[in-house]
Write a protein of this length. Structure first.
Length: 162
């Protein structure tokens, strides 16, 4: 007699990802790491592009789409959330590097957090008020722990989206 599994296993969500590098940053994560970080935060099938950019491109995109004249750490562009997720994430390498140094964080851990954060945005999560921010941060902390990283909020303020 074979033991039965009490919970049927849900198939792992499908990920289609394109990784683009618009910068020569040498401290950015590998494609394999980017896929691992994105997959950890996925809740359903997802098709996404992750682009790592320089300060000029990051600033231009933030100005064009958010009307803010500076480069920010991560931008999320959501095109569809149901039945599957479609979107783009743009990470500005110099900003990520600077933040990691200022916050005393490992650069890859910081990238992991920003990718997890961005993927949750692509899935419809946001932090527009204290309640939604608390839900999103709790998810991020849990996902980061599963990836083997410390609580990203334990040594710094909240992500700067300004």
């Amino acid at each position: 007699m074979q033991p039965t599994d009490p919970k049927p296993r849900r198939p792992q969500p499908r990920l289609t990802i394109s990784v683009q590098r618009g910068t020569r940053a040498t401290d950015a994560p590998t494609r394999t790491d980017i896929i691992r970080f994105a997959r950890a935060a996925m809740l359903r099938d997802m098709e996404a592009t992750v682009r790592i950019v320089n300060e000029n491109e990051g600033r231009q995109l933030n100005a064009d789409y958010r009307h803010k004249d500076y480069a920010t750490n991560v931008l999320s562009f959501v095109y569809e959330t149901e039945p599957s997720v479609h979107g783009d994430l743009v990470l500005c390498a110099p900003v990520v590097t600077r933040e990691a140094a200022e916050q005393g964080k490992d650069i890859i851990a910081h990238y992991a957090h920003l990718i997890v954060h961005g993927v949750l945005h692509l899935h419809g999560y946001d932090h527009l008020d204290d309640e939604t921010a608390a839900v999103m941060e709790a998810l991020e902390i849990d996902i980061m722990a599963k990836l083997g990283y410390a609580n990203p909020y334990s040594t710094s303020e909240h992500l700067h989206h300004g």
